[in-house]
Design a protein around this ligand. Structure first.
Ligand SMILES: N[C@H](CCC[C@H](N)C(=O)O)C(=O)O
Length: 334
């Protein structure tokens, strides 16, 4: 029998598949079709997810394991901040460690257990890096700039300023007012830049942000490979760095920034060390369901005989969200 977990960070939902427990790991094609099927709200399980987090043996020295991120559409992302927190918790409980390294596509990242956000709402802190601004790293093109830091880009949307940061997955960020952030622009820009387009040819995660106060943000994200999401961890981290760079009077380095999102709230801390930025992302790591199925059914994407047990963590999470201040009309999507 294979055990899967349904998890979320700020209601950015995933399944965790620990391939080190399988007789043999899935091929990339099997992983892709399994993810597309199980994540789809119709063909999948438990209303689908934003993707699958795959755990493998470590590939670099000193790491405890490797995490791969497969988006709901079967594409692979180089990083996932909300997902890494849940993987950190899974590995922490499996290996009885509270601080260790996890391999991701481009780097081994530091993770550690933090203090619970609320009763039965465990929290983990994860490193978001490496950070890049150059157009080759995103990549973007045909916009007349080598890096985008608070530039008006009418080709993307007239009247808005954009910042683009790879952490290392690609993000586009814009700060705006409440009317703009609650309106339809995010869907328009997100869809266009994730279809065939001359600017972000590999697609991009689009984050719209409202500055609520000093060190306080609200962020909404349209994700590459997914669409609208409750929250995007790397997106909220990149947006916090963009805040430090473009509105220095509204954010401090080395100081927690509260980032509210449609799925809850996280904290970010932006650091600048040895001429490099990196961000710490701290937030819930919630396990909502345990699933078990035959390895053969996993390979063929047959879900008829899956056994599902619900944990009691979602009730605790919802209680935590209920006591958060409400900033606008965008409520949790799922
Ligand atoms: N939701 C994730 C990011 C997924 C990234 C993905 N959509 C891409 O870059 O293709 C997060 O919490 O950071």
């Amino acid at each position: 029998m294979v055990n899967l977990l349904k998890v979320h960070g700020s209601q950015n939902h995933f399944f965790i598949l620990d391939q080190t427990e399988l007789e043999s790991p899935l091929t990339d094609n099997e992983l892709k079709s399994f993810t597309k099927k199980i994540s789809d709200p119709k063909t999948g399980l438990l209303n689908g997810t934003d993707g699958v987090l795959v755990i493998n043996k470590p590939v670099r020295e000193h790491a405890l394991a490797q995490m791969r991120v497969i988006n709901a559409d079967g594409s692979e992302a180089s990083m996932c901040g909300n997902g890494l927190r849940t993987v950190a918790r899974y590995l922490s409980e499996k290996y009885h460690k509270t601080s260790f390294l996890v391999d991701t596509m481009n780097a081994s990242l530091r993770v550690r257990k933090d203090k619970d956000f609320a009763p039965n709402v465990p929290a983990f802190a994860v490193e978001i890096s490496p950070v890049r601004f150059n157009k080759e790293a995103l990549p973007f093109d045909n916009l007349g700039y080598d890096r985008l830091i608070d530039n008006y880009i009418p080709e993307i949307y007239p009247g808005l300023r954009f910042t683009s940061i790879a952490v290392p997955n690609p993000h586009l960020i814009s700060f705006m007012n409440q009317k703009q952030i609650t309106g339809p622009i995010l869907g328009t820009v997100g869809k266009r830049l994730n279809d065939k387009n001359p600017y972000f040819t590999d697609g991009v995660n689009v984050n719209f942000a409202q500055i609520l106060d000093k060190n306080k943000l609200f962020v909404r994200t349209y994700e590459r490979g997914v669409g609208f999401t409750n929250a995007c961890g790397t997106g909220m981290s990149a947006t916090s760095l963009a805040l430090v760079l473009t509105h220095p009077e509204m954010a401090d380095l080395d100081t927690p920034i509260s980032v509210y999102n449609p799925g809850g709230m996280v904290k970010t801390v932006v650091h600048y060390e040895e001429s490099q930025y990196w961000i710490e992302l701290i937030g819930n790591a919630t396990f909502t369901h345990h699933l078990s199925l035959d390895e053969a059914d996993l390979r063929t994407g047959t879900f008829e005989h899956v056994k599902i047990t619900e944990t009691n963590e979602q009730t605790a999470y919802e209680k935590f969200v209920d006591q958060l201040p409400k900033f606008n009309d965008i409520t949790t999507l799922a």
